[in-house]
Design a protein around this ligand. Structure first.
Ligand SMILES: C[S@@+](CC[C@H](N)C(=O)[O-])C[C@H]1O[C@@H](n2cnc3c(N)ncnc32)[C@H](O)[C@@H]1O
Length: 421
């Protein structure tokens, strides 16, 4: 077995044996909660779900006050309110995603060990309101307690009740899939002895891969003066110095509001960032490739694009433009992305996302739609495709009897693909 396969297997075992690990590693209180939940099962699920759900109006109220404050501010300054991601405070959904990863990590099965550090500094409802950070922290505590009592996180519980396929299990699986895609790419580049390659995280939000994956650990240890150059766009620095193996050039691309906020929390958490080039771009108004090139990006190198949690925010036209850009990269490049399936057509969540200022547009209508876009129109080779069933098998943690721990419906899929000539 190769080192990469062994590493994957170890992570798989860790994910699958999570329930045993949780009980074994938990405190006395946790063990007691788990024991109570086994005895009282459905009763607690309903009761505790109700209790935690009562907390939701407080969060929603904070969110509404924040939205109102921002609207009033925009009206006073004469600006119309646009995409939250380019405003001060940045994307709220990026914080919600981070919060879900922080919960999974706090419970012992999540792979993003940096998420709790960042989440401790961010409120996901009411960015502009003093004290709302505590609402998020109480929410984290409640959702963890909910899991101890019911073996289901609050998000999974709510998703199940509301008939939605996506909750914490989905987010955890998506993180694992993108980690696997990126680590395989780095491994392949090193096996092929490529002198240099790029990693680009598009719409990075609070993605922590470039700071936590073992394949980038050497950058953390590198001398901070080594190979650091100024980025044309964000005034940031890049480090592509690597004495052994492939030189990995690391980029994060995001809207100004989110990126500013992320860099602030990384700095406060004492996490080193000078090995990453930060590129600021508004996807709706500018070319991300042009912005990257201004930041020193070499498009002739093999590139791994992580396009996580993004496609649903694009219109089909913009999605097609992006596919055409990816198609121009070398055939050893890889694009990892996720998509939603037919379930979101007409779903209430579409209206909710619109009202929240981060509307969803695109979804895959049926299997042929995906094939047509990726293979017939643009000739990508699909290297990995994980649908709902494969996802449960590969990434979703289980009870000791094999039942999935949490809730995951037919969300759509995760894809890793390469351009073909
Ligand atoms: C749901 S978040 C996903 C974040 C991250 N990929 C993850 O999975 O944790 C969507 C991201 O897209 C970014 N975004 C939204 N609209 C954008 C725009 N017009 N230009 C650039 N970035 C945008 C937001 O700032 C945010 O980071």
């Amino acid at each position: 077995m190769t080192e990469l396969a062994e590493d994957r297997q170890a992570r798989h075992n860790q994910r699958k044996g999570v329930n045993l690990g949780l009980v074994a590693r938990s405190s006395f209180t946790d063990a007691l909660l788990v024991a109570i939940s086994y005895l009282t099962g459905p009763l607690f699920c309903g009761f505790y779900g109700l209790l935690v759900t009562l907390w939701m109006p407080i969060l929603c109220l904070a969110f509404l006050v924040d939205t109102y404050t921002q609207r009033t501010g925009s009206a006073k300054s004469g600006k119309t309110r646009g995409n939250l991601s380019i405003e001060q405070g940045g994307s709220r959904t990026a914080i919600v995603v981070l919060s879900m990863r922080a919960t999974a990590a706090g419970l012992g099965y999540g792979v993003d060990h940096i998420a709790p550090q960042l989440m401790a500094q961010l409120p996901f409802a009411g960015i502009g309101i003093p004290g709302t950070i505590y609402l998020s922290q109480i929410y984290q505590l409640l959702t963890r307690a909910h899991f101890r009592l019911t073996s289901m996180t609050l998000n999974d519980f709510l998703a199940k009740v509301l008939g939605l396929p996506v909750g914490e299990c989905f987010m955890h699986s998506r993180t694992c899939f993108m980690d696997d895609t990126l680590m395989s790419f780095v491994h392949d580049m090193q096996q092929q002895k490529k002198p240099a390659a790029n990693v680009v995280v598009l719409g990075a939000g609070y993605d922590t891969r470039l700071y936590r994956l073992p394949c980038f650990a050497k950058y953390e240890k590198a001398d901070s003066t080594a190979a650091s150059t100024s980025s044309a766009t964000g005034g940031a620095t890049t480090a592509d110095a690597d004495d052994v193996g492939t030189h990995m050039r690391l980029y994060e691309v995001d809207a100004s509001g989110t990126q500013f906020e992320k860099r602030r929390v990384l700095l406060n958490a004492g996490i080193r960032t000078d090995h990453v080039t930060y590129v600021t771009v508004d996807f709706a108004a500018e070319s991300w490739l042009h912005a990257l090139e201004q930041g020193g990006f070499d498009a002739s190198l093999p590139t791994c694009f992580i396009w996580e949690g993004i496609t649903y925010y694009l219109t089909e036209d913009v999605l097609l433009e992006n596919l055409a850009i990816f198609q121009e990269f070398s055939t050893d490049s890889v694009i990892g992305f996720d998509y939603f399936g037919p379930w979101c057509r007409g779903a209430r969540i579409m209206q909710a996302m619109q009202a929240a200022g981060e509307p969803w547009h695109f979804h895959i209508r049926h299997d042929q739609h995906l094939q047509q876009l990726l293979c017939a129109t643009y000739h990508f080779a699909i290297k990995d495709h994980v649908d709902h069933a494969r996802c449960i098998d590969r990434y979703v943690p289980c009870h000791l009897d094999g039942r999935p721990l949490g809730h995951l419906g037919a969300f759509g899929g995760f894809v890793a693909m390469s351009p073909q000539r």
